[in-house]
Each structure stands twice: as C-alpha cells, then as structure tokens.
Write a protein that binds this ligand. Structure first.
Ligand SMILES: *Cc1c(COP(=O)(O)O)cnc(C)c1O
Length: 395
C-alpha cells in the first residue's frame, strides 16, 4: 500500500468538465479548462481536452511546455502575463497569452517576429479586484499597442475577479466588460473572438440569471476539479465534489488530554494555541504536514476533527483508537490541492472510477469512495444539472 497520496478520479473530472461545458453553452459561453492546480498533468489535461472545452489554460509556461511535450495540441492560453525573461519560451509553445503591460507586448512581438510567428494576445482589464489588468480608461491605448505590432494578433479581452480581494462578478462589472468589447470593436473595426469574463467565481453570477451579453468564455479550474463554488465553498449539485481525495496514513493514535500542559509560548509557526479542556480524547496523528498540504484547507471525513498541523504531522481527534497504517481520506480545498500537487512527498494516483473502486482501503468499507463533503456555509445554491439528485452525484 502506498502512503500519502492524492487519488484523482478521471471519470469524475471528465463528468464535471462536460457538465459545466454543457451548462455554460446554454448561455452562449465556452469553457477553457485551467490546469494550474494539476501542474499541467498530461493525463488530466487529456481528459479535459476531450470534454468539449475550447482551450486549456495555465498560469505557468513550464506547465504549458509540459503539456506540449506530451503532444497535447489543443489551443492553450497562458493566463498570467508572460515574464520578460520567458517571452521566447511563451512564443515557442504557440499559446495565446494574457497581457497588461506594454513592455511585455513589445518583447513578445519581437520574439514572435524573430521566429516568423504571430503571437495571440488577450488584453486583461482591471474591474475592481485589483490584481492584473489595464485600467478601463487605458484599454484603447493598449489595444493600439497590440494592433501596431507585427508579431502580435489581438484575440480578445478578459477580466479576472474574486481572486485577490474577493470582488464578486456582477451584472455591473460584466456589463462594463461587454461595453468595453463593443467600444473596442467600434473604434478599431476589429472583431474580438474572445471576451473572457472570469473564473469559477463567475458561475454563481451566471446561475443567478446574470446577463452574459458580450461575455462568451469562462476559465474554469476549481469548479471542474473540486466540484465546488469558490465563493461559498459549497459542492455544486450535479458535480462530483470528491474527484480528488487526499489519503493519509496513521502513525500514532493514543488516549491523551485535550489540553496541553506546561508554560505556553508561540508554536513553530509563530501561532499562539488556545485549546480548551475537553478531557481525554483519541488523538490520532497522520503522516502529512504543512509541507504537503495547506493547513486549514482540508475537510475531514465524518467523525474526524483536524486539531492542528505541523510541518510533518497532521493531528486529529478520532472517535476511537486507530491502528498505525490505517488511512483517512480528506477533501482538499484549492489551496490544499495546489500545495499537495507540488509536494514531492505526495504521490498521485490517477485512475478511472472503476480502478479506484477495485482497491479497498483498510478503514472505509465503501471501497475507496470518498465520504468527505465541503462545509455547509450560507449562500445561494448553485445547481448545474437539476436532473441529477445531489446525493447521488456527490456520493
Ligand atoms: C487560476 C485562474 C483561473 C481559474 O480559477 P478557478 O477559480 O480555479 O476557476 C482563471 N483565470 C485566471 C487568470 C487564473 O489565474
């Protein structure tokens, strides 16, 4: 039996991607699948590529190169501005890149020109979340900057919200993006093939009857991989919220007091602990830590409470004593997934649902099926596939 690992159910990821593609199509919106949380894993990328998405997108040129090396020929988007030191590599991949800086556009054009290529560009517009993008008042001058450069081809405009400051997509900011698309086309006589409105955080806006107007694309990562609405962390009915599960192994399980003793100072991470006395508990330690998973972003299976995490130990309270070697299955959030995918200590097991089901883990009789669900927080319920009862879809 292998140790700490992510189990990725490719069938469930395919189902999530296809469901979102079909659902968004009803509003005239195409889906671009974002692969950054999987580091551009070619096996997962192939599943996404055959689910009806129009392109694959990643924020790192390294991940795009990895997919290209695996001979994935789909249209690809680099959704973070290229760094000046990487423009040649970006051009080589044939990806369309998201841009907001004049000097980068100049470097991209030179690099493309130098190898006889034309590089596709989407110009990002700042709509209030204060991450990347040109201010709306400067959009026209940036468009001029793209149109006048021989090595560049304007593919569209885009925006990104709910990332740095959690600003929600709304008819107001999406309407502004649509107006900007119209104004660019009117003024320059061009046709914008792509008006990319945002990420998984845009799904709730669309579901609530948001008016897409010129917005004809969304870039989806978290909702495809984790089946959750990032604004509320709630599972999206009709999607699988357990397509990716983190499995960790027990290394100690003992009856211990719940309250530490001795003089308390800050812990190894500079945090003060404030633990009440609940008497003795079953304290179970799993071989996973902050090097492997983002602390605070894991949902434990029923009956298990995560008490804390050090670099290498995940300390949980369990209802009873567990044996060393027993396994527990956790649902990672997006931050936990990113960390786990990049930890050299976490193995990845990619398989179809059938293959996962054929392996039974020691502690869950469900035959390897995850039982974790995301916490219930208030917020509008997002439901993409009303015909699928949520319980069936999420089990
Ligand atoms: C990460 C990212 C996305 C995908 O966001 P999800 O919340 O995972 O859907 C989309 N666009 C940009 C620019 C990103 O950086």
């Amino acid at each position: 039996m292998t140790g700490l690992r992510l189990e990725v159910d490719l069938d469930k990821i395919g189902h999530n991607a296809r469901s979102l593609v079909d659902w968004a199509a009803a509003s005239g919106i195409s889906v671009t699948a974002v692969t950054k949380a999987t580091l551009g894993d070619p096996v997962i990328a192939r599943v996404l590529s055959s689910s009806g998405v129009v392109a694959l997108a990643d924020s790192r040129v390294e991940n795009i190169e990895r997919m290209r090396s695996a001979r994935i020929v789909d249209p690809m988007w680099l959704i973070r501005s290229p760094a000046p030191s990487q423009v040649e590599r970006v051009v080589q991949t044939g990806a369309t890149s998201f841009n907001s800086e004049s000097a980068v556009l100049a470097a991209l054009s030179d690099a493309a020109d130098g190898v006889g290529r034309v590089h596709g560009v989407v110009v990002m517009v700042e709509l209030g979340d204060l991450r990347d993008g040109v201010m709306p008042a400067q959009l026209h001058e940036t468009i001029v900057d793209v149109l006048r450069r021989p090595g560049l081809c304007l593919r569209g405009i885009g925006a990104n919200l709910a990332c740095r400051n959690g600003i929600e997509p709304s008819d107001a900011n999406m309407g502004e993006l649509s107006d900007l698309a119209d104004s660019v086309e009117d003024r320059f006589g061009v046709e914008l093939e792509t008006v990319s409105g945002g990420n998984s955080a845009n799904l709730a806006w669309l579901q609530d009857g948001g008016s897409a107007r010129r917005v004809n694309n969304l870039r989806l990562g978290e909702s495809i991989l984790l089946g959750r609405d990032p604004l509320t962390s709630r599972p999206i009915p009709g999607l699988h919220a357990d397509a990716i599960v983190l499995v960790a192994e027990v290394i100690e399980s003992k009856r211990k007091p719940s309250k530490p003793w001795g003089h308390a100072s800050r812990n190894a991470f500079g945090e003060l602990s404030d633990v009440g006395d609940r008497g003795e508990i079953w304290q179970t330690i799993l071989a996973a830590g902050r090097q492997d998973v983002a602390s605070g972003d894991l949902v434990a299976p029923p009956g298990v409470t995560i008490l804390g995490m050090s670099s290498d130990h995940l300390v949980a309270e369990t209802g009873s004593q567990m044996a060393a070697g027993d396994e527990l299955r956790f649902a990672p959030g997006y931050a936990a997934l990113l960390r786990s995918m990049t930890s050299p200590f976490v193995q990845q097991r990619l398989a179809t649902g059938e293959a996962h089901r054929s392996r039974t883990s020691p502690i869950d009789g469900a035959g390897g099926e995850a039982t974790s669900t995301a916490p219930n927080r208030p917020g509008p319920a997002l439901s993409l596939v009303p015909s699928l009862p949520p319980d069936a879809a999420l089990s």
